[in-house]
Design a protein around this ligand. Structure first.
Ligand code: AMP
Ligand code: GLY
Length: 410
């Protein structure tokens, strides 16, 4: 089986690493300094992807990031005999339009925060006034995690409205949500549009600073499984969220063979959806795939051949932790081209994100540089092992959070 992985981050390195265990050949388009069989093709250039995949007799395209899915890569390949893992363009709106997703949740009775929508600044101001500024404001479209503002008072909410309209234009659509309190959980499922199989529950750490403070980033670390997750919570999530979502996917006739990611808040009033993503999460993938014992290629195939409901999911019984090493300054401006010391190319569970191989060594080429992953019999042991492991790697102005995984131990 020959597979192409689209994307260039830590998530894609982890996907390619896992697939390589069982596939004949795995190409990365375009990949990064840690991946092999890289091909310099932009995943959003569908024609170039198609030409490459036909020439190389690729059977499965594993799409890492959301952009090609939102742009309709599944629809584009409908006339070719290649399985593209992901939803069609319409279903990809579950991620690419937050308002579309909320309306879908409302229609199919999926547990989520109450919401209103605003199409201009005046409308938004009226809504936030009625909520005393205690609300969450979100830009409707794809914003790479930067379009969400969680506010506690009128001052913060007014500022958020101003920034959102400045960033996205005077006619931007905003989603204004009730602010939920609770514990966050990422639950990732493979689906064939009818059945689903869940990966282990994980948590990511989006904020830059310890104690979940500072600006949001693409993700500073993750761990799995999550200690507070149990059978009872799983049942509740399935009944109030996953099953109604699957019913909606069928009733809307979405063409969906791929990953559905549930970003959840576990509130006193039960689990609620914060967001859907239509692909694997980053950095969650860097822990949930090492924890998956089943063959990922077979799991992907099962999303197409009707066998997913009977697919046997096998997991490791260890905990996994991922700490992301980032460039100083990230998520704002940062320098690139810094030499990374400690890497040999032989490491196990070190997933590259922003690296480049130059002159017999690696240099930084992005904000998030390396995902250092390790495991342990307990979460505490996994944390300790990961922090010990990352001591080997360094580059000028390197930064990482010291508290990945410790949030749920309280
Ligand atoms: P999203 O991209 O919609 O997942 O939002 C990004 C982050 O904002 C989430 O991971 C939460 O930490 C926070 N957030 C989003 N929606 C809400 C909400 N309704 N209540 C509280 N926090 C939220
Ligand atoms: N970790 C959140 C995301 O991938 O969007």
């Amino acid at each position: 089986m020959r597979i192409a992985v689209l994307g260039s981050g830590g998530r894609e390195h982890a996907i390619a690493w896992k697939l390589q265990q069982n596939a004949d050949k795995v190409f990365c388009l375009p990949g990064n300094g840690g991946t092999t069989n890289n091909v310099d093709i932009d995943p959003n250039d569908f024609k170039a992807v198609k030409e490459f995949c036909c020439k190389e007799e690729i059977e499965i395209i594993f799409v890492g990031p959301e952009a090609p899915l939102a742009k309709g890569i599944v629809d584009y390949f409908a006339e070719y005999d290649i399985m593209v893992l992901g939803p069609d363009k319409e279903a990809a709106k579950l991620e690419s339009s937050k308002i579309f997703a909320k309306k879908f949740m409302q229609k199919y009775n999926v547990a989520t925060a109450n919401f209103q929508t605003a199409g201009c600044r005046q409308e938004a101001i009226k809504i936030i006034e009625n909520m005393n500024g205690n609300c969450v404001l979100k830009y409707d479209g794809l914003a790479g995690g930067k379009g969400v503002y969680v506010c506690s008072n009128m001052e913060e909410a007014t500022q958020a409205v101003a920034e959102l309209y400045e960033k996205y234009g005077a006619d931007a659509n905003l989603l204004i949500e009730e602010k939920l309190e609770g514990k966050e959980l990422s639950l990732l499922a493979f689906t064939d549009g009818r059945s689903y199989q869940l990966l282990l529950p994980s948590q990511d750490h989006k904020q830059l600073l310890e104690g979940d403070k500072g600006p949001n980033t693409g993700g500073m670390g993750a761990f799995c499984p999550v200690p507070f997750y149990n059978e009872e919570l799983k049942k509740q999530i399935e009944q109030t969220i996953i099953e109604p979502t699957m019913q909606g996917i069928q009733q809307e006739n979405f063409n969906y063979h791929g990953v559905l990611y549930f970003g959840l808040m576990i509130t006193a009033d039960g689990p609620k959806v914060l967001e859907y993503n239509v692909r694997l999460g980053d950095p969650e993938t860097e822990v949930v795939l090492p924890a998956l014992k089943s063959d990922l290629k077979e799991l992907a195939l099962a999303c197409f051949d009707g066998s997913l409901a009977d697919f046997e999911m096998e997991f490791s019984d260890r905990y996994y932790v991922d700490v992301v090493l980032v460039s100083g300054g990230y998520p704002q401006a940062y320098q690139k081209g810094k030499r990374i010391s400690g890497l040999t190319g032989e490491e196990d569970l070190v997933f590259h994100a922003g690296t480049k191989f130059v002159d017999n060594g690696w240099v930084t080429s992005g904000g998030r540089v390396l995902n250092v992953v390790d495991s342990g019999e307990t979460l505490a042991q996994a944390i300790q092992n990961t922090y010990k492991k990352l001591q080997k790697y360094s580059f000028e102005n390197m930064y990482y959070r010291k508290d990945i995984g410790s949030r749920t131990e309280k």
